[in-house]
Design a protein around this ligand. Structure first.
Ligand code: HEC
Ligand code: HEC
Length: 287
């Protein structure tokens, strides 16, 4: 290895002694400030490893461990909230709603529980989602919007077969089970559209009116006003679970869908169900 360190005449710098085809490499050291920063970082790193738990099995000299700290914080918060949670467990939703202190706590706790358990289906603000997930933030209720009704829905669920007291009903499969012909389904769909003044074939809508009175009114009401006892939605408003268009309405009559919601009484404790009840009702107006 020919190492011939010499001064470069142009820059005045030393060369490293490496030379390729007459090209000599300059020896340009790192700036001092850079080097010192680099050493400081190494020193910082070593100190960090000693003070904090950075190596498996090493707890660090400080004794502070993020995972244990959070466990302790959660324990302290649970302990702090325990008396309030006990009150929320014992009280009825109506009592909670009427008491400023409990109500404020229930709304805050309900918001968190809703984000964790309900938002996936009902949307972050309870605004609902396409495909049968109803908005809880409006004044339109399928099963009822009183505190008792909301609590019953949350506790027992809807068609999930998880509670004997669940919300249960099933619209007949008028097409799939040949209860109505395709022509009759078209007529009754036109009648449903006419409830919101959208019928395009008045003659069909007229024929459909008789069919509706016979086949549908028992659940949806004479004028399509809905019936909460059967969870049969209003058909004479602008709010649709499964779509407002004629093809979507025809599909629903032919082979109805049926929304399912889990029962929460075995999954969430009573205080949380109460908080959710008050929170959900606060999203819409009382009805
Ligand atoms: C897996 C999806 C899903 C989850 C999770 C879910 N829901 Fe529902 N929820 C539904 C569906 C679907 C319906 C409508 C059922 C129907 O068509 O009757 C519904 C209906 C409701 C209703 C009745 C609305 C009305 O108009 O009467 C309430 C109240 C409700 N949900 C509250 C909640 C709360 C509170 C939570 C969280 C603890 C929750 N839901 C979690 C799917 C869900
Ligand atoms: C046994 C009761 C029952 C009968 C009878 C019934 N329905 Fe329904 N219908 C329901 C229920 C319950 C739902 C809501 C299903 C759900 O929430 O998932 C519904 C939903 C609908 C919807 C969808 C509403 C929306 O918001 O998307 C339409 C449209 C509809 N029914 C039309 C009819 C027509 C037309 C007839 C008569 C040919 C009829 N239904 C007969 C119970 C009934």
């Amino acid at each position: 290895m020919p190492t011939k360190i010499e001064k470069d005449t142009l820059s005045g710098q030393d060369t490293t002694g490496h030379e390729w085809d007459g090209l000599k490499e300059l020896n340009t050291p790192l700036p001092k400030w850079w080097l010192w920063t680099f050493y400081a970082c190494i020193a910082w790193g070593v100190a960090w490893v000693i003070i904090y738990p950075s190596i498996p099995g090493w707890r660090g000299t400080s004794g502070w461990i993020a995972r244990e700290a959070i466990v302790e914080e959660v324990r302290a918060a649970t302990e702090r909230n325990a008396p309030m949670m006990a009150r929320l467990r014992e009280a009825t939703p109506a009592q909670i709603a009427a008491n400023d202190e409990m109500r404020a706590f229930a709304l805050a706790g309900g918001r968190v529980a809703f984000a964790n358990n309900c938002a996936a289906c009902h949307g972050a603000g309870g605004q609902g989602a396409a495909g049968g997930f109803p908005s809880l933030a409006d004044d339109d209720w399928i099963w009822g919007g009183s505190l008792e009704e909301i609590q019953h829905t949350i506790r027992h669920g809807i068609r999930a077969n998880e509670s004997d007291d669940q919300r249960q009903s099933q619209m007949p499969r008028f097409g799939a089970d040949n209860l109505l012909t395709a022509a009759q389904i078209n007529d009754v769909a036109e009648h449903v559209l006419s409830l919101t003044n959208r019928a395009t074939d008045q003659a069909a809508a007229g024929r459909g009116a008789a069919l509706f009175a016979e086949q549908c009114a028992s659940c949806h009401g004479e004028r399509g006003e809905g019936n909460r006892e059967f969870g049969a939605p209003r058909l004479n408003d602008q709010i649709w679970l499964y779509g407002a268009s004629k093809p979507e309405i025809v599909a629903m009559i032919r082979n109805p869908r049926a929304g399912v919601m889990p029962s929460w009484q075995g999954r969430l404790d009573a205080a949380t169900v109460n908080m959710l009840t008050v929170y959900v009702q606060s999203l819409g107006r009382t009805n």
